[in-house]
Design a protein around this ligand. Structure first.
Ligand code: GTR
Length: 387
């Protein structure tokens, strides 16, 4: 243990549980003025807006209110995808303001069904997957066939097409089009929030489609996309489920544990993800007015599914789970069941309890078929899907 402690100090990043600092989590059910939040109305009218404001000003930034218009154009279609009778289409969404426009594509698959079907939207942080590529099922990252067979529609876009995942990508992204130059620079939104904004525009379009029951919609993201998925569902309450896969620091994992990736590291490696103020909490996590369990709580009374993988220590599996269970009091206040404080589930043994779900998969940092099997099971039970 001594050798390990020394090693982790040398490496600058802590991977030793015994070296996690003592911390106290801010209580989601105590308002900033110290008053206890004891009923749903006080949560919705006072505490939730207060927490949203803190996450906007200190962590993810505030979205601009610049007026815009959206246009959708079909660029390619496919019939009988996978021989399942499903349809596929690629769309270009164009966002227009007085200052110009920005376009990004998304791909949508809809299973054959007499009834409108629920939809799973994936923010894909790896690459744009075209209609043809989705057919090949390269690695299960976007498990289209399995999703269609379960009776869900699914849409995906590449995050960088909305806002480039680069320090110097600002001019090519949606933020450059929408930002108000007079807004407070330190609380301006960055790429993580911009990707979620893109997901909301995809959902706007899905809402117009009779084949889709957009009230039963889920947002899925892996890693940086998993950080964004939680914030997307906090900002856009139309998403009924948020799936946050291996999301780690700035996602599901508690910042105060400073295990694996830290606020200091993430804000210096990825200055284009969080609003400027988040970096002020480098090595000062205990001074954060929020922590990530409260982000999960912001999705309540809708559903949240968090995953870890056992080799992904950088994302702090224990911190991801601890965050989820510390959101439970809010779900309970709103009349829902959720995973209560308890030992972490065993490897590869998903736990689903009411509005929350969790699993730790054996293996590396990734989104796999195995994760999708559990995601779909959870979605079926939350959406009461028959098939
Ligand atoms: C890492 C980053 C993580 C996570 C990951 C990913 O470099 O430190 O926060 O986002 O990338 O997105 O795969």
């Amino acid at each position: 243990l001594v050798a390990k402690k020394q090693q982790s100090r040398n490496n600058q990043f802590n991977y030793v549980e015994a070296n996690v600092p003592d911390y106290q989590l801010p209580d989601p059910l105590v308002a900033s003025n110290g008053a206890k939040v004891a009923d749903a109305q006080t949560w919705y009218q006072q505490r939730r807006p207060e927490l949203m404001e803190l996450f906007r000003t200190q962590v993810y930034g505030r979205r601009p209110s610049t007026p815009y218009k959206t246009r959708a154009k079909v660029v390619q279609t496919r019939d009988n995808v996978f021989g399942l009778g499903a349809s596929g289409a690629q769309y270009t969404l164009t966002i227009e303001t007085e200052n110009g426009s920005h376009s990004f594509d998304f791909v949508l698959f809809v299973p054959q069904s007499k009834q409108p079907v629920p939809v799973i939207v994936q923010m894909n942080n790896r690459k744009f997957i075209s209609l043809d590529e989705a057919d090949k099922q390269p690695d299960g990252f976007w498990s289209v066939k399995r999703i269609l067979e379960a009776g869900f529609a699914t849409a995906a876009f590449h995050t960088s097409d909305v806002d480039p995942d680069r320090k110097d990508g600002y001019e090519q992204g949606i933020r450059a089009l929408l930002d108000d130059p007079d807004s407070d620079e330190d609380s301006r939104w960055k790429a993580l929030s911009a990707w979620g904004w893109g997901a909301s525009r995809v959902l706007d379009h899905l809402e117009t489609m009779p084949a889709i029951d957009a009230k039963r919609s889920a947002i899925v993201g892996h890693s940086r996309g998993g950080k964004s998925a939680l914030w997307t569902a906090a900002e856009d309450t139309r998403f009924a489920i948020a799936y946050s896969n291996n999301s780690g620091c700035g996602g599901a994992a508690l910042s105060r544990r400073a295990y694996g990736e830290t606020v200091k590291r993430i804000t210096s490696s990825f200055p284009h993800w969080f609003c400027n103020r988040f970096a002020n909490f480098s090595d000062r996590e205990s001074e954060l007015p929020v922590d990530q369990h409260q982000l999960i709580a912001l999705v309540a009374p809708r559903s949240v599914y968090v995953t870890s993988s056992d080799q992904d220590l950088w994302a702090d599996p224990k911190g991801e789970y601890t965050s989820l269970i510390n959101a439970a009091p809010v779900f309970k206040l709103l009349g829902l069941q959720a995973i209560e404080p308890s030992e972490m589930p065993a490897l590869d043994a998903p736990r689903h309890q009411g509005a929350t779900g969790y699993h730790v998969r054996s293996g590396a940092h990734n989104l796999t078929e195995q994760d999708w099997v559990s995601f779909l099971k959870f979605a079926k039970s939350r959406f009461k899907q028959e098939r």
